[in-house]
Design a protein around this ligand. Sequence first.
Ligand code: ADP
Ligand code: MG
Length: 320
Amino acid sequence: MAEFDLINQFFKTAVVQRDDVKLGIGDDCALLSPPPGKQLAVSTDTLVSGVHFPANTLAVDIGYKSLAVNLSDLAAMGAEPAWVSLALTLPEADHTWLKGFMQGFNELAKKYNVVLIGGDTTQGPLSITVNITGFIQADQVLKRSQAKVGDLIFVTGTLGDAATGLHSVLNNIDADEYLQYCIKRLNRPDPRIQAGIVLAQNQYSTTAIDLSDGLIADLGHICQASNTGARIELENIPLSRELKHHYNNKPDWNSIINAGDDYELCFTCAEKTAVMMQKTMESQGVSVSCIGEITDSSRVECFLNNEVIVGLTNTGYEHF
Ligand code: ADP
Ligand code: MG
């Protein structure tokens, strides 16, 4: 089947429609009409087989995750998702694979009302590049650089599930129901779009990052950009019921704070705003936990029951 038939069959399916897409897939460019007065938030992420997902990951999960990680970047800025483009490099034109991939991709596209507006399709080792655009109000933005000494540090949801899921997949461990939950968190992260918008639009926070490379590494980016340090209380890091059960009361903190793929938000909030913020977030169905405080040191320091923990390596994921 020729490239154009693939495009018509799998990409030009218009599962989502928006009035601001004046011309979608099929011409040399898409034509888009941004809302007056808004800024565009734009982000690109590439997923490479064997690096960002185990090579045996199901196509439907790869499709889901490749949009999820891009949505997560918009969430971390407080932006509202709108348009997405998809550059696919495929070893072959495998219809079953493409059908599964687009099923996962479209599930999230529908949920967040994002339109696939174009892309590129080439042959080579499997690699997926997604470029996403969202809208944002100029004065309601979550950056990395605005943390202030004394701000409280929060995270959404729970941390560490995906790392344990990945470990079990890579080591072919027989997954019980608890590990299966962790594998689902690895393959199907839930981008925190609503949380990001609530934080930004209510100006509860000015500083956030999504946790893709591990808490210590990503919070480190906030500290570096803000010229601050941070103190984390490990015992306050929220863990899922499933992960607690898996750890049997002996959490592997190293894994929890250094492994990536959680796609939760880590954000700061002034102490006086924290109660109000927490109430609003919880009314939106988003659990948030205070895990520490921004400090004037130049490092991210971890404490367990008030004792400083040394020897927790700050690995984080780095490509080179
Ligand atoms: P060009 O040769 O001008 O780059 P292509 O033949 O690559 O155009 O693509 C034709 C149309 O199909 C374009 O509108 C392009 O955006 C769209 N398209 C190609 N691949 C994809 C894809 N993987 N996902 C979505 N749209 C795609
Ligand atoms: Mg092209």
